[in-house]
Design a protein around this ligand. Structure first.
Ligand code: GRF
Length: 246
């Protein structure tokens, strides 16, 4: 999709149609939460620990979003998060990047695997491979990422180290729609935490990660509930909810 429009509204529309045929007086979001056919399909891409994936899976279950996590895919067979996903009854897949001669070949296979789940939303959650333009275009408008910095500051790796070296007094994390440029794209939500005297890379990473586990699920919930609108590349929450966690 382009840079203007409502994000993730498909299920709400089909929910309305469905309700009309059933004629039930139930609220659409509640019906959607109960009826698997009205739920948004989420696929999550991980490379390691998968704590953000876990946070999304847990919040979804607790808060009963109109969504289901239909698949988790890793580019590494030893990704710790695969265990949690499997134990949660989620289908998992591994597409080992090392098995592909080129990035394009890896991206193509990954896209094929992800597409087979027919996702409404694809989440990068600690997915440590750079995805090419073809992959990004294929899932544009429904591809989200979480990055451990206050973008546009510090795209790329070692964000906390670089923030400490730069003498930043506040750091944070960003959930954004993925665009072709690495760690760029319309911002959905950010968290801000202070840098404290004596902080090192680890302490800062832990403080930021705790906020990631709040802002990623929140952003995904808004997406699947159709509460995000994008205008001229800027994402707005349609009910005016705060898009920053401080
Ligand atoms: C998180 O800090 C995330 O922002 C970054 O990679 C880390 C992944 O952690 N992209 P986890 O695998 O979700 O625990």
């Amino acid at each position: 999709m382009g840079m203007t429009g409502r994000l993730g509204t498909g299920a709400i529309v089909s929910g309305a149609v469905r309700m009309a045929t059933h004629g039930a007086p139930t609220a659409p979001t509640l019906r959607a939460a109960m009826d698997p056919q009205l739920q948004k399909r989420i696929v999550i891409l991980i490379s390691g620990r998968g704590s953000n994936m876990e946070a999304v899976v847990q919040r979804r279950a607790e808060q009963r979003w109109p969504a289901q996590v239909v698949g988790v895919v890793s580019n590494r067979a030893d990704a710790r998060g695969l265990g949690f996903a499997a134990a949660s009854g989620i289908t998992t897949a591994v597409v080992e990047h090392k098995a592909y001669a080129t990035r394009d070949a890896f991206d193509a296979e990954l896209a094929r695997v992800v597409d087979a789940w027919a996702p409404d939303l694809v989440l990068l959650a600690g997915f440590m491979r750079v995805l090419g333009a073809a992959f990004v275009q294929r899932f544009e408008g429904r591809l989200l990422n979480i990055h451990p910095s206050l973008l546009p500051a510090f795209p790329g790796l070692h964000t906390h180290r670089r923030a400490l070296q730069a003498g930043c007094k506040a750091v944070g994390a960003t959930v954004h729609l993925v665009s072709a440029e690495l760690d760029h794209g319309p911002i959905i939500m950010q968290s801000v935490v202070p840098v404290r005297p004596g902080d090192d890379e680890q302490s800062l990473a832990a403080r930021v990660l705790a906020t990631e586990h709040v802002i990623y699920p929140q952003s995904v919930r808004w997406f699947v509930e159709g509460k995000l609108r994008i205008e001229a590349g800027v994402v707005h929450q349609t009910e005016g909810a705060s898009q920053v966690l401080i």
